[in-house]
Write a protein that binds this ligand. Sequence first.
Ligand code: AMP
Ligand code: GLY
Length: 442
Amino acid sequence: MNRLDKPHFNKKGGKNMVSNVLIIGSGGREHALAWKLAQSSRIGKLYIAPGNGGTRQIAENVAIDATDIDGLVQFAEKNEVGLTVVGPDDPLALGVVDAFQARGLRIFGPTRAAAEIESSKAFAKNLMNEAGIPTATFKIFSEYDKALAYVREHGAPIVIKASGLALGKGVYVCKTLAQAEAALAEIMLENVHKEAGKEVVVEEFLDGQEISIHAFCDGKNHVLLPPAQDHKPIRNGDKGKNTGGMGTIAPLSWVSADALRDIDERIVCSTLQALAKRGRQFTGLLYPGLKMTTSGPKVLEFNARFGDPETQSYMRLLKTDLLDILEACVDGTLADLAIEWHSGFAVCVVIASGGYPDEYKKGLPIRGVAEAGRVSDVVVFHAGTTFDGELKTSGGRALGVTAIGNTLRDALDRAYEAAHLIEFEGKQYRSDIGAKAIAMGF
Ligand code: AMP
Ligand code: GLY
């Protein structure tokens, strides 16, 4: 059945009620959310603003920018949208949730105040410090001279971060003092991140494996998703510049139930309590990025949204109806819902444009996506693509090839078989997604 033809309903939603849903965003994360929501038995019309070249096949792309808050509110009202789901961070930081709530519209995501846990690294670090949440030792600066003196005193390795939202490019992991000095100059003297670099966080370098934790939160209760691992640097072996994320695997067999319980108690619960104590109850998806150090898990950063490309793997593993989960978060009824996952593993391999994360060409014809999607247990999610009669690249991370398997190896083999079939000029992908877990024997 064509889901767009179904009748539409009811602003309040609720159990057994068909609901029109609006997803905000245009990336692979949003395509994956749309793919899963389209399978809900209660989905009415599914809209995505603005969407991409792939989402148009399962939802109606709506030409409203993700940061056009007034435009989104008006659209939701006019089209009887029962639930809006926020993908990216910038609308959250602009107060999209507050704006929808003020009009009595249901929306999945934290308020602007709660989303500060992501939009201000300085706020997040201070909160962690006050609440005793394990993280790298740090100091916050707004004056270049003082930051430089501190960096010279501490030496390398050291990490320098623009405090605000900087498209994932505001973090400098510096192996040498010269790199650290250059990073400070770039942020504080050349103002390359503009407002986002007004404050700078200088912090201790943490060693260990990086993992992504996700928690569905309803303001009172929360439920953890399985742990996942992203691969941030552009090149194999974690070399080269940081990107938005080049691939994910989930779950991580090497993270024990005890370790997860510890992360839940000392990091997730403590953070949600600390936010609530400050009148910033968190509803939506809380995603701490952690380093598993020899002295335990430590927080690298908080995100107030689903990870991208973690979500692409998660949606392949999730058994429960996503609409039920998102509505339970908004309605504060998460405790009444059992969330189930398929056994086995899911992976996502990102196919990026040549040159990304620096300059790259756009508008290049893409071939082989349908063939890739026919590989057993593979689903290809679009991110930076457009369709104008022909599928073309339009962003740095163009596609996310996902696969599931009974073993991690099976899932990876399928994803790479499919990734190989996709062609566009200059395409690049990491060929070592999941290699660390495989080397550890999982
Ligand atoms: P963030 O946006 O804060 O997660 O930083 C981007 C990436 O930089 C992280 O995924 C880590 O790989 C790396 N990173 C950030 N902070 C640190 C740190 N204190 N020590 C080591 N690596 C870090
Ligand atoms: N997985 C990286 C991010 O979503 O920020």
